[in-house]
Design a binder for this molecule. Structure first.
Ligand SMILES: NC(=O)c1ccc[n+]([C@@H]2O[C@H](COP(=O)([O-])OP(=O)(O)OC[C@H]3O[C@@H](n4cnc5c(N)ncnc54)[C@H](O)[C@@H]3O)[C@@H](O)[C@H]2O)c1
Length: 319
């Protein structure tokens, strides 16, 4: 298959591209090497992908409509994974414009081209954060959404656009609500990687709300397996799936697990609760499990063990 992955230099895009390249698909990847976090890390990921002959990379900013239109003109994609975005909840308090531009205008540029080119299957990244601080755990896809910040609002808008586009233009669109994805090549702005970087760079670690947060940590290999499975399924119309392990973990458990595999911890500086944060995420994954052939989610112990091993082997603190 000819597959476009946007945000291919990012954490999930890179891991997905690696997997689909090994399955002999032709992967077209785009990214603008945005500097929200280490550009070196993003370039390192893309350089790994470039070693494969069936990978074609283009540096493109998808907020520029002309660039996106020209890019799509010359290609014939069977499927698109739109994973590029301005991620991160806390940064949306600092730079809201970036979220409007990247996640709403950028999303619409990609989707308009999917309509024009009649792409058979379009996956796009949503987020667990669309639920906000709803307390009806585990959170199911059919709940009324309650976004608390600009980031999650942008994802909710994406879902609304996708629903209308699917109905109006008979496009098959699949929204993936990711819940705290972690693992090798993970994002340095997220808890686990930030904690590891603080240990190995001997920097302070800022712990919000005394670490009193619970997250449905979901290991990257499980996420990629599920995405692969969904790619093979016939899905008509618009669908939304929670992509989560259904195993909420308190951050104190994550900290003790990291200590176990690194033998150390950074100096922790306590900070008060951040208003963009939610206290707990815990998703219901029955819907996706019904469709895909996947049952055994990686345990947090094994996931952290593998991540720490990868982190040390690749000396990631240097990026
Ligand atoms: N990782 C998670 O736990 C998680 C959780 C919920 C939702 N998500 C969503 O999943 C998707 C992938 O997340 P990720 O963790 O891989 O994030 P990431 O930040 O690692 O990857 C996003 C990529 O998009 C690229 N990008 C940003 N703006 C762009 C633009 N204008 N043009 C081209 N490329 C651009 C960035 O350079 C980056 O490489 C995002 O939409 C994110 O919001 C992720």
């Amino acid at each position: 298959m000819n597959i476009l992955i946007t945000g291919v230099a990012g954490f999930i895009g890179f891991n997905l591209a690696q997997d689909l390249l090994n399955k002999k698909n032709k992967i077209y990847g785009i990214d603008n090497f945005d500097d929200y976090y280490s550009v070196n890390l993003k370039k390192k990921r893309v350089n790994i992908l470039k070693k494969k002959k069936n990978f074609i990379f283009s540096k493109i900013d998808f907020t520029n409509q002309n660039n996106v239109n020209n890019y799509f003109k010359k290609k014939n994609f069977d499927c698109v994974f739109h994973l590029g975005a301005q991620a991160g909840v806390r940064y949306s308090l600092i730079n809201p414009k970036k979220y409007f531009d990247t996640n709403i205008i950028g999303f619409s540029n990609i989707i308009q081209n999917c309509i024009k080119r009649k792409i058979k299957k379009v996956f796009y990244a949503s987020s667990s954060s669309v639920y906000g601080d709803l307390k009806t755990f585990p959170l199911s896809e059919n709940l009324k959404l309650n976004p608390k910040n600009i980031y999650s609002m942008s994802k909710k808008i994406n879902e609304q656009i996708a629903l209308i586009v699917s109905n109006s233009f008979h496009l098959n669109l699949i929204g993936l609500r990711f819940f705290t994805v972690y693992g090798p090549w993970g994002r340095p702005d997220m808890f686990l990687m930030k904690f590891l970087n603080s240990i190995y760079n001997k920097k302070n670690f800022y712990l919000f709300n005394k670490g009193n947060h619970t997250r449905d940590f979901t290991y990257i290999d499980d996420v990629i397996l599920i995405m692969n499975n969904l790619l093979k399924k016939k899905l008509k119309g618009h669908h939304i799936f929670n992509i989560c392990s259904n195993r909420p973990i308190h951050l104190s458990k994550i900290i003790s697990c990291i200590k176990k595999y690194t033998g150390s911890q950074p100096r922790i500086i306590e900070k008060k609760f951040q208003k963009a944060d939610v206290l707990k995420t815990h998703g219901n994954n029955k819907k996706v499990k019904k469709i895909v052939n996947f049952r055994n989610f990686t345990t947090i112990e094994l996931g952290i063990k593998k991540t720490v091993h990868w982190y040390k082997q690749n000396k990631i603190w240097k990026y």
